[in-house]
Design a protein around this ligand. Structure first.
Ligand SMILES: [Zn+2]
Length: 405
């Protein structure tokens, strides 16, 4: 039992010892040792002080050394083995060893400069949200991987002399695989489930949506208790890494939900033209709060299948949460009434949507080799595409382009 004095005892003291001034709810919260409550100031201060990302594993007191603020992380590439509607072929991913916080950026090719750019974007975001204003000097650094030329050439140049450290591999919380492999496994499982929810068994839609599905899955994983201590305390990686209040930023919508996107007045071709178009929700924009990521969609020319168009960021929209319009093909009976699958008045037709939003990505000569930072190879990849001659969408959903060099 908690050490709460009985009412009687307090009164017996003849008013000299004040009563517990807390409300009974708050008293219980204190007696329970402050299980995290976002409205409690003590909780917020306390949890900030013990921020996991700022600690060395096993440390109880704040270390004086700056080394504990240099967090070493491994990055790796998750290969999609296909190309999505945005031209993505894979994900450059990272997981922070202390907090199991996962992050990633889609990449459209495997060139070293592309991977480096993805790393800079991710690490900058994580650093600035972990340690706003850089007050504590928190820095991420890539850990050397025994992987051929990974850190030669462009990589080394981009990393500057920001000391590449060699450490042992960070193990996952499950035995036997590295943390990043484990993270990729979990993200793939989640992305697959999200895909089935949005597109049923339509494989070409699974392919076309790979990048945004994986990004959205990663986002959701940031909010799910992962390490044993997180599970015990019921806190999430993002709370441990950024701020306890970050939990409130968990996406509220379901991937695949119908979104009506509104076209700003000054971007409409004419006053009587359509004001809106159809797309589906594909995540929140990480860089612009309040914006969402949407894939406009259309039908194939014969009207029998849906086709997903490149994603865009939207500020003005109407969300139809849970309306999974792409879950069954346009002409097949499913969860959504047939009438509702056609654009309403004021919305672009699917042909107009195709015309407006289909932006073919440029094909790049595929280099399958992982170690592509060799300067000669780089030079060979500097092709300029003069013109896309034609494109077609194959039965399995892949898009092939004929280009002129
Ligand atoms: Zn509290």
């Amino acid at each position: 039992m908690a050490v709460k004095p009985s009412e009687k005892e307090v009164e017996l003291e003849d008013g000299k010892i004040p009563k517990d001034t807390r409300t009974s709810d708050y008293a219980k919260h204190c007696q329970d040792g402050h299980p995290y409550d976002p409205d409690c100031m003590v909780c917020n201060q306390g949890y900030m002080r013990s921020k996991m990302a700022m600690r060395r594993p096993g440390d109880t007191k704040k270390a004086e050394s700056y080394m504990h603020l240099l967090e070493g992380v491994n990055t790796d590439i998750l290969h999609y083995n296909d190309v999505d509607a945005d031209g993505n072929i894979g994900l450059s991913g990272v997981i922070l060893p202390k907090t199991a916080f996962p992050e990633g950026e889609n990449i459209t090719n495997k060139r070293a400069i592309t991977k480096t750019k993805a790393w800079v974007k991710m690490s900058t975001r994580i650093e600035s949200l972990t340690d706003p204003g850089g007050i504590n000097g928190y820095k991420l650094q890539r850990v050397h991987q025994d992987q051929g030329s990974e850190n030669k050439g462009e990589h080394a140049a981009a990393l500057g002399d920001s000391n590449i450290v060699k450490t042992t591999t960070h193990r996952d919380w499950h035995q036997g695989s590295s943390a990043i492999e484990g993270m990729f496994g979990r993200v793939q499982t989640k992305a697959a489930a999200i895909g089935v929810g949005a597109f049923g068994q339509q494989q070409h839609l699974m392919v076309q949506s790979m990048g945004t599905r994986v990004k959205h899955s990663l986002k959701l994983m940031q909010f799910k208790p992962t390490t044993p201590s997180q599970k015990e305390q019921e806190i999430s990686p993002i709370q441990e890494q950024y701020h306890m209040l970050s939990q409130n930023e968990k996406p509220k919508y379901t991937y695949g939900s119908l979104v009506i996107g509104f076209i700003p007045k000054d971007e409409r071709p004419n006053k009587t033209g359509p004001r809106a178009f159809r797309g589906f929700y594909a995540g929140n924009n990480e860089d612009i709060p309040g914006d969402i990521i949407v894939h406009p969609f259309t039908t194939s020319e014969d009207g029998k299948n849906w086709e997903i168009l490149p994603s865009l960021s939207l500020n003005k929209f109407k969300m139809c949460e849970g309306v999974m319009i792409l879950a069954s093909p346009p002409g097949k009976y499913g969860g959504i009434p047939m009438e509702f699958r056609k654009p309403s008045e004021g919305e672009m037709t699917y042909a107009e949507v195709r015309e407006e939003f289909f932006v073919p990505y440029l094909v790049e000569p595929d280099s399958d080799s992982e170690d592509d930072s060799d300067s000669e190879e780089e030079a060979e990849e500097e092709w300029e595409i003069e013109k896309i001659v034609s494109h077609r969408i194959l039965g399995d959903g892949t898009v092939k382009y004929r280009v002129r060099w």
